[in-house]
Design a protein around this ligand. Sequence first.
Ligand code: CA
Ligand code: CA
Length: 246
Amino acid sequence: MFMPPTIGGSPDVGRYVVLFEDFLAAGASGSVADLGTTPSGETFVMDGADAGSHTATVVAAGGLGGIFNIATSGTHASVLALTSDDGTPGKQLPFDCSQGPIMQCRLKVVSNDITTNQALYIGIASEHEATADDVTKNAWIKFPASMDVVLESDDDSTDNDDKDPSLTVNKNEWYEFRVDASTPTDVKFYYRQTLGGAWTEITDSTTTFSIGASADGVQPYIRVDDSGSAVASVYVDYVAMWQERE
Ligand SMILES: [Ca+2]
Ligand SMILES: [Ca+2]
């Protein structure tokens, strides 16, 4: 059971709009809907419609804890984003920049490192675009063709790209990442490897990251771009996002 953020140490259920997806139910079928097909009402869907094919399955379908696998092959962007009601990819944006959204997830890169011709994005995004940098508003942790992460944001005015905080992540190890836009004009990034442990800020001291303070819609967003090299496989244990209700 997900406990919302606490105020003064006490859970204040209802103060926040909360999404928490642990990928439990999808285990029954071993797959989730592709955004290129008619949405099935699931919270999260995969989009491989930009090009090529993709595999989007639950690891050990019906297995304990529910783990979603983004496994790529061929040339395309695989996007794990909110389902849409009009059949278009990643266009439902129920979270609001002005309400200070926070995105958090737990994932690991398995088997192969993110490497040449690949990229992994983890964070907050407005409408999905075929080219990641075209996403109007974003704040994400990016693995740009390596396991050495960079930080990026775009508030539709200032585009911060490839800011290097000197953090290298290991494949086959679980990480929780948090993209904290509770102050939307000063987004913070964190990670930890011990469940319930302290968070470590991922910081680029020369850059202020922002998604802007205006009331624009965003969603949680995990994306694997692959242009045809070795298969990248990313296990996602959970995805959460929350914000102030009013
Ligand atoms: Ca899970
Ligand atoms: Ca950018």
